[in-house]
Design a protein around this ligand. Sequence first.
Ligand code: ADP
Length: 269
Amino acid sequence: RPSSFLGRGAPESLQHVGSVLGVSSCKGGVGKSTVAVNLAFALAERGARVGLLDADIHGPSLPSLVALEEGALPVTQRQDNKLLRPPQVGGVKLMSYGFVAKGASVGKVSAAVMRGPMVSKVVTQLLSGTEWGDLDYLLVDLPPGTSDVHLTMCQTFSLTAAVVVTTPQRLSRVDVFKGIDMWNELKVPVLAVVENMAYFKDPRGEVHHPFGKTQLEAVREYCRVPSDAAFRLPIDEGVTDACDQGVPIVVHRPQSETAAVIREAAKLL
Ligand code: ADP
């Protein structure tokens, strides 16, 4: 596993973080956060020390995807160095603008009125201002598209690698390629591609493709990742159910096909 992340300019809070992995998608609603959260929990299940930052300031989803354990501390701030203490669930350290928006010093401005540079500043603050401690992996659930946040993150911290999440929709292919171009330009290697909502199995076991046949091979080739680094996830009511429960599907339904695919993908990180 690369541990190249420790750039000289890395802030104190990130000095003991092994890999920082960005999870990206070209559009919203494709399941990027679902994949990011489940990869984090799949890695933790294997004994890794994991952190997860929800870098989507306009639509933070982590607070609804992962319910804090009863009695878990809300985010508190250390008096001495002002670092935010992340709440933990299943051993995963979590941070989201949604946790701090009403409390700590990074959240005094409503996300709805923030402009791009401001958003990047808040993400930077969340990343460098959280007490991550010793981590093998810090996963960053990035905002959709190719935004200021991606650039700022790469310029300020340098990401170790990225995971790209797509759907089979042909329409979005150009945008997916744009996202991959961005990673190439930023010299961030793409480790895996996940095509989410790729198919649906009805109760008789018949397979349907409501969003169209797979685009995965084209995307994989464009990313230049090997075929064992390309994954397809089904449309799975278990994902919706897990989301409603605030428990990632790898924990909620560990025997499901979705959980198995996520675990395979996590092995590559
Ligand atoms: P994004 O981060 O790309 O905006 P989310 O992970 O928040 O997307 O997912 C958007 C919605 O789609 C959520 O309600 C989520 O539960 C649902 N969803 C994501 N992946 C699947 C899937 N494979 N099967 C069923 N529902 C899914």
